[in-house]
Each structure stands twice: as C-alpha cells, then as structure tokens.
Design a protein around this ligand. Structure first.
Ligand SMILES: Cc1cc2nc3c(=O)[nH]c(=O)nc-3n(C[C@H](O)[C@H](O)[C@H](O)COP(=O)(O)OP(=O)(O)OC[C@H]3O[C@@H](n4cnc5c(N)ncnc54)[C@H](O)[C@@H]3O)c2cc1C
Length: 313
C-alpha cells in the first residue's frame, strides 16, 4: 500500500508511523515541519482540553496513553510521566474525561495552590514538543519514510491523482485545502521561563485563573495561556504575557519573578468536532484534523483509527 500524509504536526507524524506499521510505504508532504508547526508551540500535557463530552475522545485518549507510556520509558523521546493538578469548582461533579485519566482522584487540600478549594489529581504525560516531534520524524525516517516540502492546494484533487490512500492532517490548514469553513483558529499564547525545579503540571482549565497552566519541561517551564477563538494574530502580546506570568505565579508561587526565556503563539485547529472520516467524494482520502487544544492528547488514538480506515481503502 502507498500512502501520503499531508501535514507534519503531531497528528500527521503519528498517522504516518501507524500507516508504516500497517505495512504502507509512506510519504509526508508539509508546508512546515518541526520546529515551525503549531504542534511545536503546544505545552504539551495529556488532557482533553476544550473538547465536548464525546465517547470518541475517551477512546482516542486511551489509545494515546498506551503509546505515551511506552515512549516515556526512553527519555530521548521527549515524553515523561508527570502528576497533574487541575483546579475545579468546589463541589464539581466527576468530569466526563475522568475515565480516560489514570490515577484520577480529588485533590487533598494540602496539594492545592493557596486559596484554592478543589481540584483533581491525575497521572499524565508531558511531551516536550520540539524534542518529541524530532523523535517522531526520526522514527518515521528510520522505517523508510520520506518527507516532501510544499503546499497542497486541494487535498481532494491530490487524492484523485494518487495511487493509494491520502491522509489530510493539515490542522487549521484544512480550512483552505479541504474547503472546511467550520475550522477556525483558537489562539494560544505562552511564555517560557527558567525552571526553578518544578515537575508537576498545574492548571486552571475553567475557573477564575483560566486558562492558566504551568508545564515543567527539562530546561524550562511553559506558562499559558489563552484560548482566543477566531483570533489569527501570531504576534505575542506583552499585556497578555504579564497576565500569564501573574496567574501562573498564583498557581505556583516558586514561579514569581522567574526569568522569561522565550515566548510563542500558536493557532489551535478549532472545529465543532474532530473530523476523522473518509471523504464522501474521494474515498481514498481520510481526514484527520480539528483537534483544537488536544492534538497531542488524541494523536495516537486517532492515528490507530486512520490506519484502520486506510486498510478499508
Ligand atoms: C499554546 C498551545 C498549547 C497547547 N497545549 C496542548 C496540550 O497541552 N496538550 C495537547 O494535547 N494539545 C495542546 N495544544 C494543541 C495542539 O498543539 C494541537 O491540537 C495540535 O498541534 C494539532 O496538531 P496538527 O498536527 O493537527 O496540526 P499542526 O501542528 O498545525 O500541523 C499541521 C501540518 O499541516 C501542514 N499544512 C497545513 N496546511 C497545509 C497545506 N495546504 N499543504 C501542505 N501542508 C499543510 C503544516 O505545515 C503542518 O505541517 C496546544 C496548542 C497551543 C497553541
């Protein structure tokens, strides 16, 4: 089987690897590769952020967890196991995503940031994205995969000319190359600061400090963030950064005064729901995009399903 994957973010690379494992000869075509993709900007911890309750999300999340657990055994992959605390409203019901979260439990008072009353503790994984994406690229190339640089103007036209299966993993790019006007940007700004020795992820997904998160990595800590729907600006905003630093120091006081070493903005591929299906007009075309704030979280589970759909082509 010949396969072409359009897109070299976390979704495209995971799909490309699963297609190889299914026996396909795979080429990846992309406008940008690491470190120039949206995936590179992601924090990135395992958590179904800004996703509606949907049984597919739980299935895809569990599929990703299985692979992340394997990857975390080798530090060179950029993936590590971590503990995460997600703040919650006092008395909040068990969230729908809890079933795809190992170690899920209510946080003890002494585990919470000062002034916070409730939260959930989970076992999670952090992927240091530029390291992780490079490791995925290397794994793909070692298995005989090849990259091509360039834009695909129309994925359906590409699929009609192609011999084998074509996977559309273009994220926000699907708005243009698949003509999907329901895909929109969710702007995320982050600051990177020196790591004062932190290991745990702390986040306030929808409370008074939302959207704030602290994600320690090997050399720095990623501090977020924003989730600005429909905003296409890629320029970091200084006022927003001040706000991010202030909120994150409330989540983790050891961050107060931490030196900023970098800043970035990424446009998450928003969509009312992830699109993972064969195209009605081009049956050898499989779409896999629109992962919003959860592309890393859902990547391997989606890639498993893309490989299964590709086998039907
Ligand atoms: C600040 C921030 C924090 C985040 N934190 C997390 C987190 O903690 N956990 C998590 O799971 N997710 C997180 N995300 C979300 C995650 O980054 C995205 O869901 C994910 O990157 C989407 O991956 P993708 O491969 O679909 O898209 P992308 O990474 O955007 O890759 C798309 C690829 O398609 C290519 N492409 C696009 N159009 C074309 C075209 N026409 N022709 C050829 N190539 C094309 C691009 O060049 C690129 O290679 C975060 C995002 C941001 C911005």
């Amino acid at each position: 089987m010949d396969a072409r994957v359009v897109g070299a973010g976390v979704v495209g690379l995971s799909c490309a690897i699963r297609l190889q494992e299914a026996g396909a000869r795979v080429r990846v075509r992309a406008l940008a590769r690491t470190p120039g993709t949206t995936s590179d900007v992601a924090a990135a911890y395992y958590y179904p952020s800004r996703m509606a309750a949907d049984p597919r999300i739980l299935r895809w999340g569990r599929g990703t967890l299985r692979e992340l657990a394997r990857l975390a055994e080798d530090p060179a992959t950029g993936v590590r196991a971590a503990k995460a605390i997600h703040l919650a409203r006092p008395g909040a019901e068990r969230p729908w995503w809890a079933d795809a979260m190992p170690g899920f439990r209510a946080a003890r008072r002494d585990e919470l940031p000062a002034g916070q009353e409730a939260g959930w503790v989970v076992d999670t994984f952090v992927a240091e994205m530029p390291v992780y994406l490079r490791a995925l690229e290397a794994r793909f190339e070692r298995a005989g995969g090849a990259f091509e640089a360039g834009r695909v103007a129309d994925v359906r036209a590409l699929a009609r000319q192609a011999q084998g299966v074509v996977v559309n993993a273009t994220g926000l790019g699907a708005r243009e190359c698949a003509g999907d006007a329901s895909t929109y940007p969710i702007r995320g700004q982050v600051a990177r600061v020196e790591n004062p020795g932190l290991l745990d992820v702390v986040s306030d997904p929808d409370g008074p400090l939302a959207v704030a998160y602290v994600v320690p990595r090997s050399r720095d800590v990623v501090l977020g963030g924003t989730a600005q729907e429909g905003d296409w600006s890629l320029a970091p905003d200084p006022k927003t950064e001040e706000d991010i630093l202030r909120k994150c120091a409330l989540l983790e006081p050891r961050l107060a005064g931490a030196r900023v070493t970098g800043r970035a903005v990424g446009l998450r591929p928003g969509r009312p729901a992830v699109r993972l299906e064969r195209d009605a007009d081009a049956p050898n075309l499989v779409h896999c995009y629109g992962h919003g704030g959860s592309g890393m979280t859902l990547s391997w589970g989606c890639a498993d399903e893309v490989a299964a759909l590709a086998r039907q082509v």
